[in-house]
Design a protein around this ligand. Structure first.
Ligand code: ADP
Ligand code: 5GP
Length: 214
């Protein structure tokens, strides 16, 4: 069965990272593509696991060498998806989940048209602000920048295949997991379907002949 990329986009603080981690804990057939960013690590974040934290010069050099499948400036910092990360996970026969902003998602879909785009919505503006402030990873100015970004990002929701509200975490993780399962059996994704069906029809014909029918 062919694996495909799963893009999770949402306003900062809506729960992309939490949902991606939960999916990987529950399913061994899902891997994560570690992006590059020029922002500083938050406390608890590990270089190479959460992001490859790089200086602007190195980011630009990688971009110029064509290492990114997409890249974008988000909240004043640079973020990019490494082509080799995506290929590493798909090559290991796993779905690849990615946390990408709305500009990057559109770019990425051009290179990987088989991608599934999921937009995660916070239940309300109040809840989003509470989650952002309780995470305590940004100062007031950065929180305002993220809320302004959220206002813009929500306008791009029409380009996504699915929308999942992250109210109850368990339900949201289950919904994303179900989308992956349903997409994997989409008609157009099933490899050699004609051959499979042809073999069954041939087998049926033999049975019918054996039973004296026609
Ligand atoms: P993002 O990656 O979208 O910026 P995070 O995954 O870091 O968001 O989540 C932001 C904060 O909200 C974190 O502190 C996380 O633990 C919390 N959170 C995420 N999903 C839920 C949920 N369904 N219910 C309550 N808190 C949540
Ligand atoms: P954070 O700094 O909170 O981890 O992420 C901030 C924003 O950057 C989020 O909207 C997230 O989706 C986006 N982002 C994270 N990695 C990438 C990436 O590789 N490419 C793009 N375009 N956006 C990313």
């Amino acid at each position: 069965m062919s694996r495909f990329p799963i893009i999770l986009s949402a306003p900062s603080g809506a729960g992309k990272t939490t949902i991606a981690r939960q999916l990987m804990q529950r399913r061994s057939d899902i891997g994560y593509s570690v992006s590059c960013t020029t922002r500083l690590p938050r406390s608890g974040e590990v270089d190479g696991r959460d992001y490859h934290f790089v200086a602007v010069g190195e980011f630009n050099a990688r971009r110029d060498r064509g290492e990114f499948a997409e890249w974008a400036e988000v909240h004043g910092k640079l973020y990019g998806t490494l082509r080799r990360e995506v290929e590493r996970v798909l090559g290991a026969d796993r779905y690849v989940v990615m946390d990408i902003d709305v500009q990057g998602a559109t770019q990425f879909k051009q290179s990987f048209p088989e991608s599934v785009l999921i937009f995660l919505l916070p239940p309300s503006a109040d809840v989003l602000l509470t989650r952002l402030t309780e995470r305590r990873s940004e100062d007031r100015e950065a929180v305002v920048r993220r809320l302004q970004g959220a206002r813009e990002e929500l306008k791009a929701i029409g380009t996504y295949h699915y929308v999942v509200v992250n109210d109850d975490l368990e339900r949201a993780v289950e919904a994303v997991s179900s989308i992956v399962d349903a997409e994997s059996v989409r008609h157009a994704r099933i490899e050699q379907l004609d051959t499979q069906v042809g073999r069954i029809i041939e087998g049926l014909q033999k049975k019918i002949d054996g039973l004296g029918g026609h």
